[in-house]
Design a protein. Structure first.
Lengths: 117, 177
């Protein structure tokens, strides 16, 4: 954005330091929306699962941005816990997907509707 | 102070690169047909997010993101794809209809627009006092003093999750001669 020859060093620094909390929140909202699109329109269970991970990452990004701009350490510790619980969730969720595939021989979300009626 | 000329340009370029990696990786993860490319997109998103955490003054979380998401989650998903992916390409027509996809995209655009608007227009005031800098030393002291109980409980949660994953993955396993 500042590769123009007229751009001097202070303008680059101003642009870099102008990135504030609101830009990180906008990026987190974009990530969340993309992940939500994936959850709604994809049929493959694994892709739906990865879209859920994207939404979780968006929430983590917002948390880290807030903790940076509040100057506290608690947000970092909470994000540590969130990532750890997400790892546990990955282990269990992927085990469930693999077990479902062994039983049903399908990874399509539409086929996994036994509890539907 | 800076020995290398143009360091600020490099830093600004790296920042833009991390943002681009995050957005492009998430788009790749959601909108590609092959699942293995989605995993690559998720890994790219995680790398970009790790860089953003570094810019947010949290090198500890950047390393955690790289270690856990790129190193563990993506590898585990690749293993799950190898175990649970049918040979033929899954029929990737939209789940209900084109109308459903359009409605989903409209709803998600509305979510993005409202959340981003709240974030951009919000009156975020920075507190007058900086309590601490969030260095790794602060995090370590906090984990082992204030949050030591939660730290121990989280290790128990991980143990139970591993046992549960093992128990679930045994279901439906055929014993081949």
């Amino acid at each position: 954005m500042s590769a123009l020859p007229t751009a001097t060093l202070p303008t680059v620094l101003a642009a870099a330091s102008a990135v504030g909390l609101q830009h990180y929140i906008a990026l987190a909202a974009l990530l969340f929306a993309i992940g939500f699109v994936g959850v709604l329109i994809r049929r493959n269970t694994l892709v739906v699962y990865m879209s859920l991970e994207l939404m979780l990452n968006a929430a983590i990004l917002a948390t880290v941005a807030f903790t940076r701009y509040n100057g506290t350490v608690e947000g970092n510790v909470f994000v540590f816990f969130i990532i750890t619980v997400a790892a546990a969730e990955v282990a269990v969720g992927l085990a469930i997907i693999v077990a479902l595939f062994r039983k049903r021989h399908s990874v399509d979300v539409g086929d996994l509707a036994t509890l539907n009626n | 102070m800076n020995s290398l000329p143009g360091t600020e340009y490099i830093i600004a370029g790296l920042f833009l690169l991390f943002i681009a990696a995050t957005i492009a990786g998430s788009l790749l993860a959601v909108f590609t047909v092959r699942v293995i490319r989605s995993v690559c997109g998720l890994a790219l998103t995680s790398v970009g997010l790790a860089g953003l955490y570094y810019f947010l003054n949290s090198p500890f979380l950047a390393l955690m993101e790289l270690l856990i998401y790129v190193g563990a989650v993506c590898v585990t998903i690749v293993f799950a794809i190898m175990l649970a992916e049918p040979q033929e390409i899954v029929d990737e027509s939209p789940r209900h209809s084109v109308l459903w996809s359009i409605a989903a995209i409209i709803v998600c655009t509305a979510i993005f627009w409202s959340a981003a608007r709240l974030g951009v227009l919000g009156d975020w005031t920075t507190p007058a006092i900086r309590l601490n800098d969030g260095t790794i030393q602060d995090i370590g002291v906090s984990l082992l003093s204030t949050y030591s109980m939660a730290f121990e409980v989280i290790s128990l949660v991980l143990l139970v999750a591993i046992l549960g994953a093992l128990a679930i993955a045994r279901i439906g396993r055929h014993r081949h001669p």
